[in-house]
Design a binder for this molecule. Structure first.
Ligand code: KIV
Length: 275
């Protein structure tokens, strides 16, 4: 059963629903989420799919980049996000080292995300070099999201998190990767930090949704890392990030006022004490 908006009512969104929205020309939004509370809030806000991304390495666990996070660290976050939602599609990231060795490890770890975590789909980075993995997962009935452009798990080869040049060969290569992922059975492809005209070119060429993050306005869907979107992260952010709230300042102010009230004996007062 669908509601007036065309999205299903009272059940989890599937990859078919995402494809249907893209087919009817509707733009939809994704966010990352790593915990129950934010997952429920984002679902209530109309975010159709949530990614338990390996950015949790930096955003939750304090690692310097995404490389150290493991399946064992990600799975409890996937469970928490699943428990906090009823309708959003939950995509779980396959972390660095969990799929690069080939289709066997990729399948074993993707199965863990579905069986132990309760996710409905997985994401991995790379183009033609990971096609055997994508084919194996799709063949086993596991929806796979690709990830092209800036692929943070390759930070040591890229020499930093630079945006991708889209002109000439680089753009053609990325388009060929995207088409190959679609043919191999991917249900969507994330495009990270690529020029807007390349984002448009890839989105037009693909039948499946292209999910942009710094890939311009013409992608079928968009994703942001939630602490960036909500202004919780400090410091300089990539040009493509729009901060929709000042969560960091709000939280800082709340914690400061709480500490000051405790120090001054203003909290707890009678109204916040049991008689
Ligand atoms: O792990 C993550 O959060 C991601 C997004 C940047 C798309 O891969």
């Amino acid at each position: 059963m669908s509601d007036a908006t065309g999205w299903p009512a009272g059940r989890r969104i599937t990859i078919r629903d995402l494809q249907a929205a893209t087919d009817r020309g509707e733009r939809w939004a994704m966010l990352t989420s790593y915990d129950t509370l934010t997952a429920g809030i984002f679902e209530q806000a109309g975010i159709r799919a949530l990614l338990v991304g390996d950015t949790s390495a930096e955003m939750v666990l304090g690692y310097p980049d995404t490389l150290p996070v493991t399946m064992d660290e990600l799975i409890p976050m996937v469970r928490a996000v699943v428990r906090g939602t009823r309708t959003a599609l939950i995509v779980a990231d396959l972390p660095f080292g969990s799929y690069q060795a080939g289709p066997g490890p990729a399948l074993a770890n993707a199965v863990r995300h579905l069986k132990e975590g309760g996710a409905q789909a997985v994401k991995l980075e790379g183009g033609r070099r990971v096609l055997p993995q994508v084919e194996t997962l799709a063949g086993a009935g596991i929806p796979v999201m690709g990830h092209l452009g800036l692929t943070p798990q390759s930070v040591n080869v890229l020499g930093g998190l630079r945006r991708v040049q889209g002109r000439g060969d680089a753009g053609d290569e990325l388009l060929a990767d995207a088409l190959a992922l679609e043919r191999a059975g991917a249900f969507a492809v994330v495009l990270e930090s690529v020029p807007a005209d390349l984002g448009q070119r890839v989105s037009k060429a693909l039948r499946i949704p292209a999910v942009g993050i710094g890939a311009g306005p013409d992608c079928d869907a968009q994703i942001l890392v939630w602490p960036d979107m909500a202004g919780l992260t400090a410091g300089r952010l990539p040009r493509f990030v729009q901060r929709y709230a000042d969560t960091r300042d709000g939280l800082l102010d709340a914690a400061r006022r709480y500490a000051a009230d405790v120090a001054a004996g203003r909290y707890p007062d009678r109204a916040h004490s049991y008689a």
